[in-house]
Design a protein around this ligand. Structure first.
Ligand SMILES: [Cu+2]
Length: 182
């Protein structure tokens, strides 16, 4: 009886590999190389990649930019920030969003500035009507990420942190109101 624990008898390693097996091994080898190459190609030619510009910035410098931005911005009666121009700043910190709630308008290209004042956070924005539709960006301290963004649909958008950042992580929520015209 053959045992799975013992090698088969005779000179089994000297037998040539079945031709079909060689062909399939060859095909899977070629396929592995193709998809491995595609990983690299997709980051170069795929249009799913995050866009925008990144800058080196210290948390103190970013806080200053944030202060200048909020000083120039106005506020609605409900306490929503109204940016003075096309630049919109968010500063993530344990455990809230500076710069939110904010009111923006559709059909206008904004430059969304993101950075963290302490640890790594995640910027996840989702329309209230379709919470499964979302965009996600990583926010790192020391880096400012400037993302061009335009809203097609008015409505309430929820801003949540999607990178675990400590005990208050689950409460880290902000709001973006988008209207047809400001
Ligand atoms: Cu978090």
């Amino acid at each position: 009886m053959t045992s799975p624990m013992k090698p088969p008898e005779g000179n089994w390693w000297g037998q040539s590999v079945n031709r079909r097996e060689s062909i399939w091994l060859g095909l899977s080898g070629i396929w592995s190389i193709l998809i491995f190459g595609w990983m690299s190609g997709y980051t170069r030619f795929g249009d799913q990649n995050p866009i925008g510009e990144t800058l080196k910035v210290s948390p103190e410098e970013y806080q200053e930019k944030m202060n200048d931005y909020t000083d120039e911005a106005s506020e609605t009666e409900e306490g929503l920030l109204v940016p003075s121009g096309d630049d919109v700043y968010f500063a993530a910190q344990q455990w809230y969003w500076q710069g939110a709630p904010v009111i923006l308008e559709t059909g206008r290209e904004y430059n969304i500035h993101l950075s963290s004042l302490d640890v790594q956070h995640g910027f996840s924005m989702r329309p209230e009507q379709a919470l499964s539709k979302q965009i996600n960006f990583q926010i790192l301290p020391e880096y400012e990420w400037i993302l061009p963004m335009e809203f097609d649909e008015p409505g309430t958008y929820h801003l949540i942190c999607n990178e675990f950042c400590g005990v208050g992580h689950r409460t880290m929520h902000g709001r973006v109101e988008v209207v047809e015209e400001l």
